[in-house]
Ligand binder design. Structure first.
Ligand code: GLY
Length: 401
């Protein structure tokens, strides 16, 4: 994240209802992608903006808005210095800013962490017009969003994602949640942010495996809705994971625009939004089997290959598109196989998926690029047969990313 608010550009970005196509204000200016979330009681358009660019910290006050007096900045331990800069900047802008430092990664999504944040909010007399700002990766976005969704039944939250996964997925779309002993994200709420600042400067210091695994969600957006994403990766896979490359910026903007379009149509995931779960049914099962030691994007990569192979087995998807999954994901260094001795654990995980209805297993499958549908699986035996297509001996199986 940039700690240089004075270098932030301040052009007027064109607005794009529904995030159809992101537009830039200039070569170095930020891109504004609008996420529409329906119409208000007076018929007005509701929604929020995602800004993508460099040095965006100076844009935070406009997203927090003029009505808040107090702002809680929630950040993980690893981003203490950045959290302090954000707090100081908010103080300079006239807010009373308080910091809540939470544990890193999934440890931050514990009910006791939420309770700690509620305590800070209560002790500092936060009212309904006050706001929360999250600074961090997807886990922080989820936890801070949940705290904002539940405090006084909902206060404004602005996300400042600092990872690729956070930018293209977790920070956009309003899913918030915490984990319980029984599983990830079982408790949560839909709570759309007031705005998102995706500062590309944060990617310059992101560990390479974080960047590469975040690309799995970008590729997912390509397969479900934007073939140009796939072409950009195919043209230059090494540029896709280069934080200095304009191609990575274009991939990020396109992935956010895909998410904005889909979330705009179905914010509460009662239909179209399930497409964003492409590859996630097996991915969640792999994460569970690996006790969450695999990065989410690595599991999503394997999950997409599994879904493509399943669609082929069911006669829904052509060989070329299945091969394209293998080729694109491998070219990025993402895993496309999984160890061959874990089927029972995987099936148990698949059965717990949120898309299932009663005993009926459901997967998001493609019938072509940009053509996702949620499909009921008639018989679990086809899943086992498909597993053979992606299984590899543990020692030669997918690398842990
Ligand atoms: N990560 C999928 C969604 O936000 O719907």
């Amino acid at each position: 994240m940039s700690t240089h608010p004075e270098s932030a550009p301040t052009p007027q970005e064109p607005t794009h209802p529904g995030g159809a196509t992101p537009e830039r204000a200039g070569e170095t200016g930020p891109t504004r992608i609008t996420v529409g979330t329906g119409t208000g009681q007076g018929g007005e358009q509701l929604g929020y903006d995602v800004l993508v660019g460099h040095g965006l910290l100076a844009r935070l006050p406009e997203m927090v808005g003029p009505h808040a007096e107090r702002v809680l900045v929630i950040h993980p331990r690893a981003l203490r210095a950045t959290g302090d800069v954000v707090r100081e900047d908010l103080e300079n802008a006239g807010y009373r800013a308080v910091v809540a430092e939470i544990p890193d990664a999934e440890e931050g999504k514990h009910i006791q962490v939420a309770a700690f944040c509620w305590q800070v909010l209560g002790q500092n007399s936060f009212t309904r017009s006050d706001a929360v700002v999250s600074v961090g990766g997807g886990a922080v976005t989820d936890a801070a969003g949940f705290v904002a969704a539940t405090w006084l039944r909902g206060v404004r939250v602005v996300h400042m994602p600092t990872t690729l996964l956070g930018m293209v997925d977790a920070a956009v779309g309003g899913k918030t949640g915490i984990n319980t002993a029984e599983g990830k994200n079982l408790v949560g709420a839909f709570h759309q942010p007031a705005g998102v600042l995706a500062d590309l400067d944060t990617l310059l210091t992101l560990p390479r495996n974080e960047l590469v695994t975040g690309l799995a969600e970008v590729v997912k957006c390509g397969f479900v809705a934007d073939e140009r994403i796939l072409e950009i990766v195919e043209e230059a896979p090494d540029q896709a994971s280069n934080p200095h490359s304009p191609r990575l910026r274009e991939l990020i903007e396109r992935a956010i625009a895909v998410k904005a379009r889909i979330v705009g149509r179905d914010p509460g995931e009662s239909g179209d939004r399930e497409a964003l779960n492409y590859g996630h049914t097996l991915a969640h099962a792999v994460e569970l089997a690996e006790r969450y030691q695999w990065r989410h994007g690595a599991a999503v990569s394997v999950g997409m290959v599994f879904a493509a192979e399943l669609a082929r087995s069911m006669g829904r998807l052509d060989d070329a598109t299945v091969d394209r999954h293998h080729r694109i994901l491998s070219s990025l260094g993402l895993p496309t196989t999984y160890r061959d001795d874990r089927w029972n654990q995987l099936l148990e995980g698949i059965r717990r998926d949120k898309k299932n209805r009663g005993d009926r297993l459901r997967f998001v499958l493609l019938s072509g690029v940009g053509q996702p549908a949620t499909v009921e699986i008639p018989d679990a035996s086809i899943l086992y047969a498909t597993y053979q297509e992606i299984a590899a001996a543990p020692e030669t199986g997918a690398i842990q990313l």
